[in-house]
Write a protein that binds this ligand. Sequence first.
Ligand code: GLP
Length: 239
Amino acid sequence: MQTIFVKDYDEMSKKAFEVLKEVIEENKEPVLSLNTGGTPRGLFKYLVEGINNGLDISNATIFNLDEYVGPKNAVYTVRTYMYENLFNLIQNQPKQAYLIDGETANPDQEIERYKELLSQNKRDIQILGLGTNGHIGANEPGTPFDSTMFLAEHEESTVQSTMKEYGITREEAPTEMFTLGFSEILDAEKVLLLVSGAHKAEAVKAFLEGEITPDCPVTALRNHDNVIVIIDEAAASLL
Ligand code: GLP
């Protein structure tokens, strides 16, 4: 595992873009699994800039780490985020973008469909953020390390984070989410974890200094041999 300590959010975002850019440039047909939320907003900004300045993604296939259950165009969906932070802002589109349908009437079928696509497209990179309780994707504490894509229930702390991030009420906030399991996350060639902010400091400490246990989901990454973690000063403050 390579741990990179940076000063602040912007430096984390820039470094993350460098890693992602290299993966895009080094692979003929890059397969990228992206995450959303507060953490990667800066990375998306640099990615958009890069693409509009000639970074070629015309052979890239894009997946998402997770998707909230709710109306497709709701303010909080990963789909909405991907359009607002990427697809609507770039002149040249990726070859393929596979979005999870959070509005489906048949969750099991949607999971099977997405799993099939994942099995046909090994990811060159999986980007991750970190939940304050140590979750990755929506693999909340207690999720077995052999989980495959599933429909997850959020812990209350996760619902609260979603409300804050998207400025929505408890009633409006989604409580369930489709998520890649540990199996699909760890199946990526490279995993890039981004962490910024003092509210993540405890989770960072448990990740780097605690034992490897499903009680702290992110510790599963310590079993993967190609992980890059970028942590800013505030998130590293308890180390
Ligand atoms: C959320 C999402 C993840 C996200 C993580 C961190 O609940 N399920 O996709 O990476 O928690 O979110 P944020 O970056 O907004 O702190």
